[in-house]
Every structure is written in C-alpha cells, then in structure tokens.
Design a binder for this molecule. Structure first.
Ligand SMILES: C[S@@+](CC[C@H](N)C(=O)[O-])C[C@H]1O[C@@H](n2cnc3c(N)ncnc32)[C@H](O)[C@@H]1O
Length: 576
C-alpha cells in the first residue's frame, strides 16, 4: 500500500479539559459525575496497559498512553448558591468517604462531604462507606487506598475466586453483576455527554443511547490467558505474616495490580475454561520440581528461563469439542528442558498444540522472535458467526468468543446491509479479518486494513479457509493515512472502524470526514476515546480543523468482560 506505512509510533491524545457540557433537566441517574463546585478535570481515558499477565487485552501494539480530561459542570440550579469549600488533603491523611460511582479504570469515585472534592479509590464500590488513606494528590483530585469498609454497598456479593481481592485481573467480582453492568452503562452515558458533547435535552438522546448488552456467561469466558513466572510469590499484606514461608517460593500466576514485577501465584482462574484450568494445574504441579531444572525469569536480574505460560482455548470446527493451545514463552531455545512438561500436557485430549515462543528481549512481552511447535499443530480453530478461524499463538482474536457472536451481530445490524451483494465495506483495524469476513457473503467486496503483518496473513488465510474471495487485506498504519489513501479502494458504502484503546488518529478522522461514506459503524473498547471521536465526527472541531458531518444514530454498550472495568460499544453514524 503506497499511501500508508507500517509504524508503531506514539501519538498524544488531545487534552479535552475545557468543555462545557449540556446537562439533563430530568432527575439525574445516581452515577453522574456531579459536584457542587463550578468545574473540575478528571482523567477518563484508559491507557493501553499491556501488562502481559493481566486479563486486560494485550493484543494491541504498544501505542500511546494519553490522558483525556473532562470538565464537569453543575447539572442544574440545585447547588447554585452553595460555594465549594477549598480542600487540601495531605498524603497519609485518612478520610471517611462514600463511593458514588465507578469511573476511570473501574475505580470508585467519591466526594469529600461539604467540599465536593473528588477522591478516587481502587476497589471501592458504589454506595460503600469506607475509610481511605490519601496516597497521591493530583491537581483536582486525590487517590486513596481503602483502609476499612464501614458499611458495604448493598449490591456487594461474595467473590467466588479466592484471589479476587488481590489479583490484577478481576476488579469487581464482589459487586453483583447487575450492578456492574448498570455502572458500565452509566459510565458510557456520562462520557457521551461530557466528552462527546451530546445533549440529554436532544429529543433523540434516549433513543440513541441503547441499553447495555450483558454477558450471559460471567465466568470462564476468556479464551486466552497469560500467566507469568516469577522467582518470588507476591503476597497481600494481610497474608505476609501467616504465609511468610510462601514468599520465597517460585510463582506462576497473574500480576499484582499495577506491578509488572510482582506475581500472585494462581492455581485456578475463574475467567478461563475448565480444560484450561486443568492445564494450569498440571504445570503448577510439576514445574518447580528441581530435577527438571526450570527456572523462572527474573525481570530485574534478567536471569531465568520460563517467562510466560499462555493458554488459548478454541473449538474443533467439526466436532465442536474444546481445543487448547499451550504456549511457553522462554528466554532461550532449550526444548529439552520443556520436554517433561510437553509429555505431561500432550496426554490431555483437548491439547492439540504446544508452542514455544523464544523471547530474548528484557521486556515483558510474550511475542517471541522465534516460534517453535513442540507438539501437534501451530494453530487452533474457533468459530464465529458460522465461519471458521485459525488462530496462531500471537494472532489477535476476540478474547470472549461467546460474546463476540453478539457483538458482531450488532455490527451487522448497524451496517444494515442490503443483501444484494452490491456494497463495498471498508474494515479499518481489521485484525485477523473477523468482522469483514462475517459480512463478506452479503457484500461486493471487503477491504481490510491492519498494522500487524501476522494478523494480515491470518486474515488472508481465514478468507481462503472460508472460501471467501471478495476480501482484500492490506498491512498499514492507520495513524499515518495520507491524502491519497482513498485511491487504494472504491468509495465504501459502509466503514467499520474498530481501533484499540487510543481510538482513531486525527489523520484518520480527517480522512473519514472527507471520504463521506454513508455509514460508519464504530466499534470501540474505550468509551472515553470513542466519545471524543464521535464528537469530532458529528460536531467537528474548530481547533482541529474538522467539519463534523455525521449524525450519531445509536450507541450500544456491550459487556465483553464481566468483573473487569472494560466496556465495548457499537455506534452507528450516518452521513448528514
Ligand atoms: C480492537 S482490535 C480489532 C480487531 C478486529 N476488528 C476484531 O474484531 O478482531 C484493533 C486492531 O487494530 C490494530 N491496530 C492498532 N493500531 C493500528 C494502526 N495504527 N493501524 C492499523 N491497525 C492498527 C491492532 O493490531 C488490532 O488488530
């Protein structure tokens, strides 16, 4: 492709901290970010945290980690005459707080009584009264850690997983699922208003905001988990005394929240399938045996062999039986050291592939410079909307395949295809081509663009595998589209855009506003950047020299990842 060049460069998100929102006249839902002072700024964008062992999606290339701020204004005249009292918390100070809503990264948002001062607390749940200790102070808000719960949220439930309170994976397992999705839906609504600048007063607003689609499979939904090896186990403070002897034992598990170098040993994960848990248990059972000579990689000294254990789940397309791929990421190529593990795992009927990615770099990534097949095939298969997909160790594939069926159906509904095979679809950020290919049978041609070369080859292979000859996949960096990009394909009737968390680059937004396709279906895994991009596409921006020319017809949140802060949205935009 001549017009765009592959590149993984950084870009900065614009700072949106000076906008005035339109606020509701009707009684406000409890989770709006109101405060009694005149305005404030909060961080709302989730940075592309690519921790290899958290349950957050790590398939995306390392792009920017920008912060997007929003300013929130008083909603009505309720507190007109109330002046905010200045408040200056000190580090280490304890505060009694009530959590009002879930916000940025699923953190609990609280206000200091009488002052409206905003405080964020990890793992505080809406409605919970607690004591928090100030750990960090920012310009307009502070962060606290929870010291003690005084009265729990009424929607508090017992988390089924023993690691839930300490693991960097699930954050809200102890919140009733219905309350989780309600909080996510309200977060999207807030962002659409405060960042997207859509108005509650617009008579179409309630029609446009679709209710969240919950996930009917709340556990065992992830088809890919990455566990890390470490020389020591990380133990939460309260367990340090009684389990001090455990601290020096090798660890295999998930990262402690916010720490790339601390591994919480995990014997079972409620997010992955039962067969995948059997594989994890089998590895845990033997890898510390000294006779095997397997050492965990130490990310400080850079010594050690075992870096990560990745387990991917799929299904046999004929029998529909589960298939597993086990991928050992190691610091060097020593297949003889892995042989006992391979012998042990290859007896599991579900294990059809055992891979070894060799990664000699010092970073935390699990993608190897070389990849070896130690047992069976180099790929597993999965099905989505009647098509089969081959998945290799490092290719992107929707991590909740069950809910991806629903997500893709929503995309197809938004696309509103005529079904006469006349339309052109432009599938931007196409990954392994899954969205475009599921539409291909009904359209004339699909053009897919994606930066990762392996994903593009997977997309081409997947097209062939499904006998689809009307799909062209091209590698390129969509952050670098030039004026001539549109010469590379016929004018599309429908654009699908599914960027990762940083959202769309201004160059691409400019291009889309010039292209003027009748419909854009925007699929987003970050409602904050999604709201920003919707604002540009619909309202434009004088500063950015963008002339918005789309109408937002619908925005539908979808819960792809129960118990985590992640929210997916499908939006339909139509050309005015
Ligand atoms: C959220 S995934 C969506 C993949 C696909 N649509 C699907 O549903 O499986 C985003 C994709 O965008 C790709 N990507 C990220 N930055 C990109 C860029 N600057 N140019 C092109 N593709 C990019 C990633 O590699 C990833 O495959």
């Amino acid at each position: 492709m001549a017009a765009i060049m592959p590149n993984f460069g950084l870009r900065q998100l614009p700072l949106l901290n000076k906008f005035r929102s339109t606020l509701p006249t009707s009684p406000a839902p409890s989770l709006y970010l109101y405060r009694s002072s005149s305005s404030m700024s909060l961080p709302v964008a989730v940075s592309s945290n690519v921790s290899s062992s958290s349950n957050e999606d790590s398939e995306e290339p390392k792009l920017n980690t920008g912060t997007l701020s929003i300013t929130i204004e008083e909603p009505d005249n309720r507190n007109k005459n109330k002046k905010a009292k200045p408040f200056f918390p000190k580090r280490g100070e304890t505060l009694e707080l009530v959590c009002e809503s879930l916000a940025f990264k699923g953190k609990g948002l609280c206000k200091v009584e009488e002052t409206g001062y905003i405080v964020m607390c990890d793992r505080a749940l809406p409605g919970e009264r607690f004591v928090g200790r100030v750990t960090r102070k920012k310009n307009n808000y502070a962060e606290v850690t929870k010291v003690k719960t005084l009265s729990p949220h009424t929607d508090m439930v017992e988390a089924p997983c023993e690691y839930a309170l300490h693991c960097g994976g699930c954050r809200t397992q102890n919140l009733l699922y219905e309350a989780q999705v309600r909080a996510k839906e309200e977060q999207v609504r807030d962002l659409v208003v405060h960042v997207g600048k859509f108005s509650y007063k617009d008579p179409d607003f309630n029609n446009m905001m679709k209710p969240i689609v919950p996930c009917d499979m709340q556990f065992h939904y992830r088809n890919k988990m990455e566990f890390s090896f470490g020389p020591k186990r990380w133990l939460p403070k309260e367990q340090l005394l009684e389990r001090s002897e455990d601290a020096n034992v090798y660890a295999l598990g998930l990262h402690a929240p916010g720490f790339f170098d601390k591994v919480l040993n995990v014997d079972k994960c409620f997010l992955q399938s039962e067969p995948a848990n059997k594989v994890l248990a089998a590895v845990q059972d033997c890898w510390r045996n000294h006779e095997l000579g397997l050492s965990p990689y130490d990310c400080h000294s850079h010594d050690g062999f075992m870096k990560h254990l990745m387990i991917r789940s799929g299904r046999d397309v004929d029998t529909k039986l589960p298939q597993l791929m086990v991928n050992f990421v190691t610091s060097s190529y020593k297949p003889e050291l892995l042989k006992p593990l391979v012998d042990k795992l290859s007896v599991f009927p579900e294990v059809v592939s055992i891979m070894n990615n060799v990664n000699t770099a010092v970073g935390n990534t699990s993608v190897g410079e070389q990849e070896y097949t130690l047992y069976g095939k180099a790929t597993i298969t999965e099905m989505l909307r009647g098509l089969s997909f081959e998945i290799s160790a490092n290719s992107f594939f929707q991590t909740n395949a069950h809910q991806a069926e629903i997500l893709y159906k929503l995309v197809e509904d938004c696309a509103g295809l005529k079904g006469d095979g006349s339309e052109i679809v432009l599938d931007l950020f196409c990954g392994t081509g899954t969205i475009g290919l599921t539409l291909a049978k009904k359209v004339k041609h699909v053009y897919g663009y994606e930066v990762v070369a392996e994903a593009v080859s997977d997309a081409r292979r997947n097209a062939k595998l499904n006998g689809l000859h009307n799909a062209t996949f091209i590698q390129g960096d969509l952050n670098k589209v030039s004026e001539s990009f549109g010469n590379d394909f016929p004018k599309p009737d429908i654009v699908i855009s599914d960027p990762n968390r940083p959202g769309m680059h201004n160059n691409l937004i400019k291009f889309l506003l010039k292209l003027k396709a009748p419909k854009i279906v925007y699929v987003s895994c970050n409602p904050a950047t999604c709201a920003r991009d919707l604002d540009y596409l619909c309202h434009g921006s004088v500063e950015q020299k963008l002339n918005g020319c789309y109408t937002l017809k619908s925005i539908q949140p979808v819960d792809m990842f129960p118990h985590t802060p992640h929210i997916e949205c499908v939006c339909l935009l139509e050309l005015r």
